[in-house]
Design a protein around this ligand. Structure first.
Ligand code: SF4
Length: 891
């Protein structure tokens, strides 16, 4: 069969892998890694490999809607434009806002920012990137005078020491982790240190794990700064010539972390481990410190990032191969959003809102009637203002804040009473779209096109390979149409995304008088300001800045600051005096545990895409919490129990997983589940809304909570070919299987008649039903199966506790059109007939290898290494994300 292959970029994490999307004659999409893309060189992770399963139109928003009714584009666009203009007229331009996303393409982001800051004249546009990396933006600007990532991915391979600080790289940036793992295999002398309260899967390759006390990272890096000075390992030449502020930074470091012993005590670490880390860092020239949300998502995230940068500046380890502070961005286009000024405190093209010359140059370039002259509302402030009624209209693009914002219950309440809520999305029903007055169907990945920028400043093309479904339109088109109806048509008259990219590139090349001598500007892509549409279509990945002159023109820039020239007023890098501060809310007697939130291996954000791919849902089909076994034993909890996690802000009910990788006193819950997938699992309802005062980034990693056993009257599960509405159950969680939906269930009231209840749910009004059932009233067990001819339609299993049959074998029957006799006879037992293989829970999502298969291979064939397991079962041989789990099974 023929397949048309398109080079594009994965829409998920900040690694920004190039992928090849092959569409065959039947419209099936297969996605593989692009061997030519510098970010991944052909590699791909489980999420990227499953992209082909997420591009169907099931659940898509295909037409505009106004007040819950399908509408024409004209009616919907006019309602948005008129609504915004009316509110601006009555209450001023700061009474409206946009809340956008790191999933938008750069062109979409550029147009949204231009409309809000240059034509509406407010800076009330903020982005969900505020939630993941804004502390790094603030720290980079303090240290370097600009928001610029100094390193490139290749530095991970050229380093002698890689420090992973607050980064579960194995799960959150899996392809970079593959590169690091390979580098360590190639060079066993490469040392890896993991700094994280949890023993994350990345510890599989760690030479040293520092399970520090949550929130104590700034103390640790201050301790390191002190140590570097005391052991005379600082780079005096670099410090004197290229930095400023070292005296104050060192004084603050000495005051808070004067010695190895005191640092270890304050961080809750073994002194010998801290000494080893400090010694390794101080005496290794090529050091990369890769950091992510564990550092950023804190009320002192900006200081923590500066604490890391300080150590690199004091040793002069920046701007050269194999060294530097490497920020790992969460989303595919978080960096693109930063370039166009998508944060409420930025202007376009890395220009500053508070700088009159910058405002002037942007306004002249845009020929706009106004320009925002003060910072707008950052994400948490923005929803507070909606709640308070001072912001009366909000346009949410490509994001789901009712799930992803801290204190999420308040966000829902705020949107419920907001005068005008507009949502652009590709999905019809999310926790946020259900609150919209106007719904605008946007193109998803695969149908839209433009550019994205990954963590290493590399700009890549996202290309469309599917036709637009329904009436969906590009985000930039939707925004430009609204702008036109607000009276700004001539300034938004774009014919395609290439027009916007050229304008964005041209703006990046504009100079204010004070920087005429500086070449290049940090963010300068003016090389592209006159490219043709065909050149835009063929554009190859390239890292900014991209200079226009000399031998290297057009080739991009791998590393920044190699010359020792920074973008501060003096041209010197700034060390910052870091005064460590505790998290905003400390545990107490009522809320004694610390809730930490983050990503799980195979899901992405609020599951609108990854929730569709059965290979991705099998790894974790239910919302869960990880707790140390000791802690669980104290609380009288067992693995698999349902637990309620409660804070001052809200609660969730999730399944308990006992993990000795958790630090006692801490509980980890993934961020993904929402009201579309579970009854009560939006963990951000529980998360406190405190923010870093410099960056506005919330503290997702540290909320005091209490944990209790949630004990319903009954437990159960059902598998069904149809999606169901569950009203009578207190707890439910849905996962997509291969040909069926899986629901985990629990309820507080037992129905009077189980058979009637189950048939009502699974047989609806159908009369011609082959229903087989089993009831043991004394044991309070019920089982029922619905068959059509020899095919299973649905099944349900109920028990008074969690001791229920495994789900995998039953699920595997849904791909069969005709069950064998022994399979039919075994249905109500829930167990595979003798001699038939139950593969078990999927561990390797790429190659669909189950836990039972792995356990059998390990025990029957005496396998003792990951490599041997991989050779025999193939598990772990593609993306490698499951290797830590294979190691756990080997243990
Ligand atoms: Fe996509 Fe990130 Fe996986 Fe690469 S590592 S394939 S960008 S999710």
């Amino acid at each position: 069969m023929n397949a048309v292959v398109t080079k594009t970029t994965c829409p998920y994490c900040g690694v920004g892998c190039g992928v090849l999307a092959a569409v065959d004659d039947d419209g099936h999409v297969v996605v593989t890694g692009d061997p030519d893309h510098p970010a991944n060189l052909g590699r791909i992770c489980s999420k990227g490999a499953a992209l082909g399963s997420t591009v169907d139109i099931d659940g898509r928003l295909l037409h505009p809607e106004v007040d819950g009714e399908q509408a024409t584009w004209e009616a919907a666009l006019s309602r948005v434009a008129d609504g915004f203009m009316q509110i601006i007229k009555e209450h001023g331009r700061d009474a409206v806002a946009f809340y956008v996303s790191g999933q938008l393409l750069t062109e979409d982001y550029y147009v949204a920012n231009k409309l809000m800051k240059g034509f509406i004249g407010s800076a009330n546009i903020d982005t969900n990137s505020r939630l993941c990396m804004s502390s790094t933006v603030a720290a980079y600007k303090r240290a370097f005078g600009t928001d610029t990532m100094p390193c490139c991915y290749e530095d991970l391979e050229r380093a002698k020491l890689v420090v992973l600080a607050g980064s579960n790289m194995a799960w959150c940036h899996p392809v970079l982790y593959q590169r690091l793992r390979q580098a360590k295999q190639n060079n066993p002398d490469l040392m890896v240190v993991v700094i994280d309260p949890r023993r994350t899967p990345g510890c599989e390759i760690a030479d040293l794990h520092l399970p520090l006390r949550p929130g104590s990272d700034a103390i640790l890096f201050n301790g390191l700064l002190t140590y570097i000075e005391q052991s005379d390992e600082l780079n005096s030449f670099f410090v004197e010539n290229f930095t400023q502020g070292s005296d104050a930074a060192l004084a603050a470091a000495r005051a808070s972390a004067p010695s190895v012993a005191e640092t270890a005590g304050l961080c809750g670490l073994e002194q010998k481990d801290v000494a080893r880390f400090f010694s390794l860092f101080a005496r290794t020239e090529r050091v990369i410190t890769a950091f992510s949300q564990g550092i950023n998502q804190s009320t002192s995230g900006t200081d923590k990032v500066n604490g890391i940068i300080n150590c690199h500046l004091l040793t002069g380890r920046i701007g050269r191969p194999g060294m530097g502070p490497l920020s790992l961005t969460g989303q595919s286009n978080a960096m693109g959003g930063r370039e166009v000024g998508g944060l409420a405190n930025q202007l376009a093209a890395h220009r500053d809102l508070e700088h009159a010359e910058h405002r002037d140059i942007v306004q002249r370039f845009w020929q706009s009637p106004v320009i925002a002259d003060h910072a707008g509302l950052k994400a948490v402030e923005l929803f507070d203002a909606i709640e308070a009624g001072t912001v009366k209209a909000v346009w949410i693009m490509c994001t789901n804040p009712v799930v992803s914002m801290p204190n999420a219950g308040k966000i829902k309440a705020a949107l419920s009473k907001c005068e005008l809520v507009v949502v652009s999305d590709c999905m019809r029903q999310t926790d946020t779209t259900v609150l919209a007055d106007v719904l605008l169907p946007a193109l998803p990945w695969g149908e839209k096109q433009g550019t994205v920028t990954n963590s290493e400043r590399c700009i890549s093309r996202q290309r469309a390979f599917l036709p637009a479904a329904g009436e969906a339109k590009a985000d930039w088109w939707i925004i430009a149409q609204v702008a036109a109806r607000m009276g700004f048509a001539e300034h938004f008259d774009y014919q395609g995304s290439a027009d916007i990219f050229r304008e964005h590139a041209a703006l990046s090349g504009m100079r204010v008088d004070s920087e005429k001598e500086i070449y290049p500007r940090d963010f300068d892509i003016s090389w592209f300001d006159d490219i043709s549409d065909a050149q835009y279509e063929d554009m190859q990945p390239v890292q900014w800045p991209i200079i226009k002159e000399g031998a290297e023109k057009g080739t991009g820039t791998r590393r920044m600051f190699g010359s020792g020239r920074f973008y501060t007023a003096t041209g010197k890098a700034q060390l910052i005096a870091v005064h460590p501060a505790p998290p905003a809310h400390a545990p107490d007697q009522t809320y004694p545990y610390i809730l930490n939130t983050g990503r799980s291996r195979d899901q992405w954000h609020t599951m609108t895409r990854t929730g569709k791919a059965f290979l991705l849902t099998e790894h974790s089909p239910e919302p869960y919490a990880e707790l140390h076994p000791q802690e669980a034993s104290t609380l009288g909890l067992r693995d698999g129990d349902l637990i309620k996690i409660t804070s001052r802000w809200g609660n969730v009910i999730v399944r308990l997983r006992l993990m000795d990788s958790q630090k006692p006193g801490n509980v980890f819950v993934p961020i993904h589940w929402n009201a579309q997938y579970a009854s009560n699992a939006v963990v951000d309802q529980v998360v406190n809304p405190a923010v870093d005062l410099l960056s506005g980034q919330p503290e997702f990693k540290h909320t005091p909570v209490q944990i209790s056993h949630y004990q319903p009257a009954w437990h159960g599960f059902l598998l069904s070919r149809r999606k169901l509405q569950l009203h009578d159950t207190v707890y439910w969680a849905r996962a997509t299987g291969d040909g069926y939906y899986r629901y985990e269930l629990a309820g507080e009231q037992e129905p009077a008649d189980w058979a009637a209840w189950a048939r009502g749910l699974l047989c609806a009004a159908d009369s011609d039903v082959n229903w087989v059932e089993y009831l043991d009233a004394a044991a309070r067990q019920y089982r029922g199966v619905r068959l059509t001819d020899k095919r299973v339609e649905s099944c349900i299993f109920i028990a008074p506790d969690v001791a229920l049959p495994a789900r995998h074998w039953l699920g595997s029957l849904f791909v069969k059109e005709c069950l064998a006799d022994d399979e039919r006879q075994s249905l109500l037992s829930g167990r595979a007939p003798a001699g038939r293989i139950d593969d078990g829970r999927i561990v390797c999502a790429c190659l669909s290898v189950g836990e039972n298969t792995l356990i059998n291979a390990i025990s029957l064939q005496g396998l003792s290494s990951v490599e041997a397991v991989s050779r025999v079962t193939k598990a772990g041989s593609n993306c490698g994300s499951c290797i830590p789990e294979i190691q756990r099974l080997l243990k």
